[in-house]
Each structure stands twice: as structure tokens, then as C-alpha cells.
Design a protein around this ligand. Structure first.
Ligand SMILES: CC(C)(COP(=O)(O)OP(=O)(O)OC[C@H]1O[C@@H](n2cnc3c(N)ncnc32)[C@H](O)[C@@H]1OP(=O)(O)O)[C@@H](O)C(=O)NCCC(=O)NCCS
Length: 222
């Protein structure tokens, strides 16, 4: 697969393999501060990966894809086909071990942590359930992250196309994703590649229908 700018800028998108996990956790850390590097913001550099990427590649490996160029692996997209069912599996098979490993801090202890670390530990301990209308019409969801070297080269678009094709093949009628209000770059990207904003108060929620028919040119914003 080639980027728009030529041979020196070649990249490849391929399915996730178990050996990729450490790289994915590194990428997750390097983008965990609303898309920016959070390396200095976590006491345990593995924490964001354990929360935001490892459960997906472990429980839904058929919806995990990575992007690499000649310098190595630098991006991924992961998803869950049925968010409600995924949440139940996390509650049963994933969060208990993490809750034992990362104790919930007292208010005073939490005040000492960075905002991204507070959010990650909160997500470990508190089940987050999507609204019924979102679960019904857009049951799937995704996370996408590229380190700066791979950004702005058309790879994000290709990763979205890759996972939406897989979700369609697996019978999903639609997907949603969540974006912090301060991640303006990501919000602009999602609008541009064809997502629609769903009303929400505390963060952006974007949705996309996944019609069974192959979409005509233009559905991704060209
Ligand atoms: C956000 C992100 C996934 C976008 O991926 P990308 O590879 O940089 O984007 P692409 O190069 O594929 O851009 C695809 C299209 O979107 C457009 N686009 C990208 N960012 C845009 C923005 N902020 N506003 C408007 N259009 C934008 C591009 O111009 C391009 O348009 P075209 O295909 O019509 O020429 C990537 O930058 C990233 O991972 N950022 C850091 C982590 C992050 O924030 N993840 C999302 C967390 S919710």
C-alpha cells in the first residue's frame, strides 16, 4: 500500500498479530493525552495500553489492524462489534485483574495524578454504559491512534475504511466513537471522513451508518 506522496512514504496496513501488543501499548501511551504524547503523565507506562487497546486485541482480534512504515509500527485501529456485549465481557474477564493491580485512589491521591491517569484509573473501576439509542443504531465502536510520524499521510482514512469494511462483513449496522472536546484535530478528521455528530454534553460522540451495500464514492467525504 502506498501513500499519496511516493515510494519514500510507503506504508502498510495489516491485521494485528500478538507480537504487536507492546508496540500498540507504546503508541497508546504516545497519544493518550487527547492525541498528544502522555509519556511523562503516567507512573506506569503500561496503564493506558491495558485500558484502551489490550482488551480489544485480546477479545476482538478480528477488528484490530496496525499501520507500519519502513521505520516500524506506528498506528492502529481497534474496535468492538457489539459494545454492550463487549462491556459485559470486560466486566467479567478484564476489569477484575486491573482493579486488583491499580487500586482506586482516594481524592487526595487522585489530586496528585495527571488528568489522563485519573481518567484511565477511573475507567478501570467504573463501568461506562452507552445510551440505549446509540447501542441500538450504532452498536459498534472503535479507537484509532497514529504517532506523529504516520499522521497526515492518508493512513487514518485507510484504517477507518479497513475497519468499517470488516464491521460491515460482520453484520454491524453502524458504529460510534467518543472524542474529548479538546481533541479538535481528531474531531475535524472524523467530520471530514464522513462521521455525523450525535448530541452529547461532555464530549463529542460521532456516529456512522454502515449500509450493507458498498458505499458510493463520496461517503467518506471526497
Ligand atoms: C486523528 C487521526 C486518527 C487522523 O489520522 P491521519 O492519518 O492523520 O488523517 P489522514 O491523513 O488519513 O486524513 C484523512 C483526511 O482527513 C482530513 N483531515 C485530517 N485531519 C483533519 C482535520 N482536523 N480537519 C479536517 N480534515 C482533516 C485530511 O486532510 C484528509 O483529507 P482527504 O483524504 O480528503 O485528502 C491521527 O492524526 C491520530 O491518530 N492522531 C493522534 C491520536 C488521536 O487523536 N486519535 C483519536 C482519538 S479520538
Amino acid at each position: 500500500m502506498r501513500s499519496k506522496t511516493g515510494d519514500s512514504d510507503r506504508f502498510r496496513i495489516r491485521p494485528y498479530q500478538p507480537d504487536d501488543l507492546d508496540d500498540l501499548c507504546r503508541i497508546c501511551l504516545q497519544t493518550a493525552d487527547n492525541g498528544q504524547d502522555a509519556t511523562s503523565l503516567f507512573r506506569d507506562p503500561k496503564l493506558p495500553g491495558y485500558v484502551y487497546v489490550a482488551p480489544y486485541v485480546t477479545l476482538e482480534p478480528s477488528l484490530a489492524f496496525v499501520a507500519e512504515d519502513r521505520s516500524g509500527l506506528g498506528g492502529y485501529i481497534v474496535g468492538a462489534l457489539d459494545t454492550r456485549a463487549f462491556e459485559q465481557r470486560l466486566e467479567r474477564d478484564w476489569w477484575p485483574a486491573l482493579r486488583a493491580r491499580y487500586a482506586e485512589p482516594s481524592q487526595d491521591q487522585a489530586d496528585e495524578l495527571s488528568r489522563p491517569e485519573q481518567y484511565a484509573i477511573h475507567d478501570v473501576h467504573h463501568r461506562w454504559s452507552i445510551a440505549d439509542d446509540l447501542a441500538r443504531c450504532f452498536p459498534s465502536h472503535l479507537h484509532i491512534n497514529l504517532i506523529p510520524r504516520l499522521q497526515g499521510r492518508g493512513i487514518g482514512r485507510r484504517l477507518i475504511e479497513t475497519i468499517t469494511s470488516s464491521l460491515r462483513n460482520q453484520g454491524s449496522p453502524g458504529l460510534h466513537l467518543l472524542v474529548g472536546f479538546s481533541n479538535k484535530r481528531a474531531a475535524g478528521f472524523y467530520r471530514h471522513v464522513g462521521f455525523t455528530e450525535f448530541p452529547a454534553a461532555s464530549l463529542h460522540i460521532f456516529t456512522m451508518d454502515l449500509p450493507t451495500q458498498a458505499p458510493k464514492a463520496g461517503v467518506y467525504g471526497r
